[in-house]
Write a protein that binds this ligand. Structure first.
Ligand SMILES: [Zn+2]
Ligand SMILES: [Zn+2]
Length: 362
């Protein structure tokens, strides 16, 4: 019977293939041969189509496993085409690797029809670069406890293609403000102050292209928002052959559910863009702002993210790195002793400055 999942294998030696960020090609782990994504896509087209139809047929039959009804709803079982082991995956898993033989595996049924992403930004940075970036990230933080940076071991590091919705749209803004300008003139002993009052109105439309919001409930939104921006000029039409060697989940937050996040961002940027045209007042009060979002197209894209996790003093620390630009984000512990010292030094510095000023005045 044909398989539900695909192991991409080297046409020359049968070794496992993974997408290599350096050459932007598929590379064989054994013989080092390189193949373009198009070559591999063509080679696996038929196999992937078969896998999709098998996947749909088997969707509801998990008789071999002793799952509760609740588990069965959210889990999928596949058999690894390379070693025959049974892979138990989350219902959203789209790309993973076999825990027994290590072969990268892709689940073609997760990309069928409407589930097929429009675009992908292929990984540009590899695991070693992510590890290096993390130590640079520690380096720039003066309040980090020394024990954290010196004894810190990365517990887990994984390259993940994260599903994102990219929203196109426009925002109509109507802004009303009250501005004042104050002039003073001296006539003899009198100072005459004039305050001018202005009613300011602005109306405008700001257009947006590809405002991102991650479509995976597993990914912390705050981290995903912070690793932006991605460079969309390097985005290419989706092909499954970009996935081997990485993890991927299909979306589990719909584009309708995610739209409010994009709307808020469009709203805020549109208001600040229109507000920038109001200037030259000594006092300015916003009286009303109305924003109307006009949604347009939504695109589905897979964007590259390195997820790193460490443990220290019984606590987990999670970091994310943009797999295209190298931007690193994440929480770090703060050394309380260092904080006190830091503020003490600043205070001492201020006192020294005051002292110098007083000295000059005397
Ligand atoms: Zn090979
Ligand atoms: Zn296997």
């Amino acid at each position: 019977m044909p398989d539900q999942i695909t192991n991409y294998q080297c046409p020359s030696c049968g070794g496992p293939l993974h997408f290599d960020s350096e050459t932007q090609k598929l590379k064989c782990d054994y013989c080092g041969s390189l193949f373009t994504t198009e070559e591999i896509e063509e080679l696996y087209r038929e196999k992937n189509e078969e896998a999709v139809s098998v996947g749909t047929e088997l969707q509801d039959s998990h008789d071999t496993l002793q799952w509760t009804e609740e588990e069965a709803k959210h889990m999928r079982a596949y058999s690894c085409p390379s070693c025959g082991a049974q892979l138990i995956c989350d219902e959203n898993t789209a790309a993973t690797s076999c825990p027994y033989c290590g072969n990268p595996t892709v689940v073609p049924a997760q990309f069928d029809g409407a589930l097929r992403p429009d675009y992908v930004i292929p990984f540009k940075l590899n695991k070693d670069q992510a590890v290096k970036k993390l130590s640079q990230y520690y380096g720039g933080k003066p309040l980090l406890p020394s024990a954290f940076s010196s004894n810190n071991h990365i517990e887990e590091i994984k390259g993940v293609y994260v599903p994102f919705w990219l929203y196109d749209g426009a925002a109509d803004v109507h802004l009303r403000c009250h501005g004042t300008r104050v002039h003073s003139v001296t006539r003899g002993d009198d100072i005459i102050t004039t305050t001018e009052h202005y009613q300011i109105e602005r109306e405008g439309t700001v257009e947006f292209n590809k405002v991102p919001a991650d479509a995976s409930s597993k990914m912390p939104d705050i981290l995903m928002d912070s690793i932006e921006p991605f460079n969309y000029s390097e985005m290419v039409p989706f092909q499954m052959s970009y996935l081997p060697g990485y993890l991927a989940d299909k979306y589990d937050v719909s584009s309708e559910e995610d739209a409010s996040r994009a709307d808020v961002r469009m709203k805020n940027s549109a208001i600040s863009e229109i507000s920038r045209t109001v200037g030259g007042y000594s006092g300015l009060v916003t009286e009303s702002q109305q924003v109307n979002i006009i949604p347009n197209r939504v695109h589905y894209a897979f964007l590259p993210v390195w997820m790193l996790s460490t443990r220290w003093n019984g606590k987990n620390y999670i970091f994310a790195m943009n797999g295209q630009t190298g931007k690193m984000v994440g929480d770090l512990p703060i050394d309380k002793g260092k904080v006190i010292l830091y503020f003490l030094l600043i205070t001492l510095g201020l006192m020294a400055v005051l002292f110098v000023i007083l000295f000059i005045l005397m």
